[in-house]
Design a protein around this ligand. Sequence first.
Ligand SMILES: [Zn+2]
Length: 251
Amino acid sequence: MLKAGGALAATLAVTGSQAFAADATASERVKSGKRKIMIIGAHPDDPETGCGGTMIRLAKAGHEVISVYFTRGERGIPGTGLDESARIRTAEAIEACRLLGVKPVFMTQIDGDSEITQERYNEMHKLIEDYKPDIVFAHWPIDSHRDHANCSNLVFDAWIKMDKPFELYYFEVCSGIQTMQFYPTDFVDITSVVELKRKACFCHVSQGPERWYEKEHGRMEEFRGMQSDVEYAEAFVKFQKSSCDLQKLLN
Ligand SMILES: [Zn+2]
């Protein structure tokens, strides 16, 4: 359910087969009604917490959903070295994606040290060129975490430089603490899949989700549900008016 208008070249380390990058062309996908959809988050757990319910619904509807991790969360486990944290958090993200029914892809930025450089612009551009998504969900750029803001800016730059080849939506994470000034245009009802979404988020054991999930994302899901007249929802900002109707893709 979606209600609009205030009520939706560095080497990439790829898990699984890369074959899906070169599968059906965009026009073949449009004909079939199926889309290739990328969620690009800065750290393991960002795509899941911000869009997990929507990812499940899109994957169940037969779309190809790819969860991209800008970093591997190298600084996310206090007292643990970067490589070991990356190893642990990569495994957690892979397990979360398995539950969500989506493909994980890992980029090469470093948690807490993400950069916006010519090389990094090119890396994001190349990722999108390689996978050719029809729709991309990016972090909202006004965010207290530099990695979230940097990730968002690189996606936006690729979208502009590539002449807007995909539909662009923004998602929120920890609104009020991280995402700020976010006024949704679209809502997705995640009531039927909220338990599975939570299971996927709780795969991120190293992050102690039992300490923060309910008071942050749980409350967001309820609040967005209240705004859209359902029990639990996720909220998005669609960049601009376009022909994309997220609601139609969910069924
Ligand atoms: Zn994050």
